[in-house]
Design a protein around this ligand. Structure first.
Ligand code: ZN
Ligand code: ZN
Length: 399
């Protein structure tokens, strides 16, 4: 039974997770983390490559030819001071694993170790992908890894990824077919006016009045232009202008984020931002510049593969613990892998409300119930077994 096999690695899983937790690193600067990951995978005898600066990819070739399954873990932490008082709290000032990526890394390493033991039973390959810079987007770590060929040689057929999730109790697994996470874009609008004395507005072109008008007008995009049955968010997070109470300034800057769960909505939002900004600028006789940065793509789970992972999850945690989760407006750059190959990204519950371990992701008090590491590891292993250990007619038929 894989269950017992995974359980025999409990101490190692926790030790690995705590080690990564104590020495967190951010962005592409994962020098210690990726060195440990690389050494661990090399010691297993896998074919290991460095990619996208501090990314690591390892290939396990099964005994017989078959599909290539990619399993992905992100390894980066956040610029945040940990406020927990645990023996394994972060030893690095101002940096903390507050999203669970320390656990993702530990789970995938131990899954690689277990799968290596079963190499002779596998028809096909497993690609273990350890990604830098999930949190720091753009550019994020997924796109550079793709550019450097992570999905090729051998080409990846299916990609799977796990996020430990504190909105779910430990013991539960959350899945969603189709769109699960948002396209997260960024916009920046500069309104250019004509500065002067606050007492002489008729000699000026006031960008502040226009900026206020614009922030409110932008709110009509979601309420008036998007189908009420679709989801969208537009939030202005920054307004900058002026230097003194009695001066009309030259410029006003507005920055914000938009979220959507499909490409049509995403495009409407982008076009409306442009149209409304232009209209407000003309009405106020101002010039304007718009800078629109595309962020993560919509994260879309393949419906057929999702159903298979639902079955795998039922076998790991029992039918009653497999839940359909609502989509979130957060972004994830796993979406770029899933844009190119079918796959599933899903959530492994890591909260323990009774023990007070239920703080949100990115909180300085974030922690996980480490028993979730066993479940995540088992999901990785069982997923590979499901696709590579059995000759399953239903899978070949679908392709
Ligand atoms: Zn995060
Ligand atoms: Zn995360």
């Amino acid at each position: 039974m894989t269950n017992q096999e995974v359980f025999s690695f409990k101490d190692e899983l926790i030790a690995l997770r705590r080690d990564f937790h104590m020495y967190p690193e951010v962005g592409f600067e994962l020098h210690r983390t990726s060195k440990l990951v690389q050494e661990y995978l090399e010691n297993l005898g896998l074919e290991v490559k460095r990619i996208a600066k501090t990314g690591v990819v390892a290939l396990l070739r099964g005994n017989k030819p078959g599909r290539t399954i990619m399993l992905r873990a992100d390894m980066d932490a956040l610029n945040l001071q940990e406020l927990n008082d645990t023996p394994y709290r972060s030893k690095i000032e101002g940096i903390m694993h507050a999203c669970g990526h320390d656990g993702h890394t530990a789970m995938l390493l131990v899954a690689a170790k277990i799968l290596k033991k079963h190499q002779s039973e596998l028809s096909g390959n497993v690609k273990f992908v350890f990604q830098p810079s999930e949190e720091k987007f753009p550019p994020g770590g997924a796109l550079p890894m793709i550019e450097e060929g992570v999905l090729m040689d051998p080409p990846v057929d299916y990609a799977f990824g796990i996020h430990l999730w504190n909105s779910l109790e430990c013991g539960k697994i959350g899945l969603r077919p189709g769109a699960m996470m948002a396209a997260a874009d960024e916009f920046r609008i500069l309104l250019k006016g004509k500065g002067g004395h606050g007492a002489l507005p008729h000699q000026c072109k006031d960008p502040i009045v226009a900026a206020c008008e614009l922030v409110l007008a932008l709110q009509t995009i979601v309420s008036r232009n998007i189908d009420p049955l679709e989801s969208a968010v537009l939030s202005v997070g920054k307004i900058q202008s002026g230097s003194a109470f009695n001066i009309i300034p030259e410029y006003a800057l507005i920055e914000g984020t938009t979220r959507s769960l499909n490409e049509t909505v995403r495009e409407i939002i982008k076009q409306q931002i442009h149209r409304i900004t232009k209209g407000v600028a003309i009405a106020n006789d101002l010039e304007f510049e718009i800078d629109h940065k595309e962020g993560t793509a919509v994260l879309r789970n393949d419906e057929f593969l999702n159903q298979i992972i639902v079955e795998v999850a039922k076998s790991v945690v029992g039918e009653e613990n497999v839940v359909l989760v609502p989509p979130t407006m957060g972004g994830e750059d796993m979406s770029f892998f899933l844009q190119r190959v079918p796959g599933v990204f899903y959530l492994v519950g890591s909260a323990n409300t009774e023990r007070g371990i239920n703080k949100p992701h990115h909180s300085p008090y974030f922690d996980i119930d480490e028993r979730a590491l066993l479940i995540g590891t088992q999901m990785h292993v069982e997923t590979v077994f499901r696709f590579l250990r059995k000759d399953d007619g239903s899978l070949s038929k679908s392709n």
